[in-house]
Design a protein around this ligand. Structure first.
Ligand code: SF4
Length: 417
């Protein structure tokens, strides 16, 4: 279907999907349902057309469902909206931090998703919720294009049910992604590692469908859906590039070690209503050092006052300052893990960072440890899509060898979701 393949962005793709009439049986059914209506919705206009995808255009998580419900998305025009499955799903997405509100009632209700996009394997409501094999095949190009356009950012695909699992594997295979053989079997909690042509791993996760018979009976619970860890990861990533006006403060605590420092600092931060974004701490030759990043509407002076008791007595110093947003673009590059091991010597960091900079790499997280003369560095690096991970790894190995350390550079193996 050339209309799908030539869609240059998600807006174009969604617009083209919404006018598709390629499956005569489904077109007839969706329009018949829209005309007959259910009595409870008799006063409402029905969409009566295919349901395009909905959500973040730079999603890290792609949720793939089966097909619209006759009186759900076929009525409202938004996937999973207007039926019990959707009520449960969007409430769970809201609690996990992906959805701006707990309900999805109609296409104009203001709901937004962050870090996640929802699509369906088949875009038109089928009689009995059962699309035929040929209808699934006819609709597949829309799914293929959705996945292709999501590829630059997507880290995980959550397939709701066996049909969505098979459809996702098929789409990945048709796009030239590496898919395990034999074909991974669907099951709740099943996982398969897909590798997109750039080398990045995208994890396919299977889940029972969010149908009422699964959620109502407890066969599927929110924790089983596994959205929590993914939301935390998305939030962590987004926090680095967030454009929200709430400032991030860096709190640095230095001085003599004593029991309870971490508990005192985190309790003071929590007391200000702050959201702990990141933290690191270490002992440097017996001295305690800790840096906490906290997103809070409280002023620098208020945070200093809250932490004043910790500094009292003179054995610890507390420094609070506001961090400015970096202005980095929100689209993530590919994430890689860098590990350096060896004997400590001058120039290790300079050698490594010069190589990364030459390839356009950006260090987004970094930690080092120094024990007697041993040196360990672990960093998370984002590479531009155009950069070759293999070429960067080769240059890193050469630079490391020149200063007598070893280096490992690998794509990040993401969390489940
Ligand atoms: S199921 Fe897919 S291919 Fe068939 S008419 Fe609907 S949108 Fe088009």
């Amino acid at each position: 279907m050339s209309l799908a393949r030539s869609a240059s962005d998600l807006a174009t793709l969604d617009a083209r999907i919404s006018v598709c009439r390629a499956c005569p049986r489904l077109v007839q059914w969706r329009e018949q349902v829209a005309g007959d209506k259910r009595a409870a919705f008799a006063d409402q206009p029905y969409w009566g057309r295919p349901a395009p995808g909905f959500g973040d255009e730079a999603a890290q998580v792609l949720v793939v469902g089966l097909a619209p419900a006759a009186h759900g998305a076929n009525r409202t025009g938004r996937v999973f909206t207007g039926d019990r499955s959707g009520d449960w799903l969007f409430a769970a997405l809201h609690r996990a931090g992906y959805a701006s509100q707990p309900t999805s009632v109609h296409a104009g209700d203001g709901l937004t998703l962050r870090g996640l996009r929802i699509i369906a394997a088949v875009r038109c409501a089928p009689p009995g919720n059962q699309p035929t094999v040929s209808e699934r095949a006819t609709c597949a190009p829309w799914l293929d294009r959705d996945l292709a356009l999501a590829a630059p950012t997507v880290r995980s695909i959550l397939a709701l049910g066996g049909l969505a699992w098979d459809a996702s594997l098929g789409a990945a295979r048709r796009l030239g992604w590496q898919v395990p053989t034999p074909k991974p079997t669907f099951g709740h909690g099943a996982m398969a590692q897909l590798r997109e042509p750039g080398g990045r791993v995208v994890r396919l996760v299977g889940s029972y469908h969010v149908s009422q018979q699964n959620t109502f009976t407890g066969r599927l619970t929110e924790s089983m859906l596994g959205l929590g860890a993914g939301a935390a990861r998305v939030a962590r990533y987004r926090s680095r590039v967030s454009t929200t006006p709430t400032p991030v403060l860096a709190v640095t605590v230095l001085g003599d070690d004593r029991p309870g420092i971490v508990a005192d600092v985190t309790a003071a931060v929590a007391g200000l209503g702050g959201n702990l974004e990141d933290s690191t701490m270490t002992l440097l030759r017996g001295h305690f050092a800790m840096v906490v990043l906290v997103r809070t509407p409280a002023s620098v002076a208020a945070v200093e006052a809250a932490l004043a008791g910790i500094a009292a007595g003179g054995s610890l110093t507390v420094d609070v300052r506001e961090l400015r947003e970096s202005g980095m673009p929100p689209a993530p590059g590919r994430a890689w893990t860098l590990r350096v091991h060896g004997a400590d010597r001058p120039g290790i960091v300079a050698s490594i960072t010069e190589v990364l900079a030459a390839h356009g790499g950006n260090i987004v997280d970094l930690g080092t440890r120094l024990g007697s003369d041993l040196y360990v560095l672990i960093a998370e690096v984002e590479l531009p899509e155009a950069a070759s991970g293999e070429a960067v790894a080769a240059d890193l190995r050469a630079a490391a060898a020149a200063v007598g350390v070893t280096v490992a550079f690998e794509p990040v193996d993401d969390e489940v979701l």
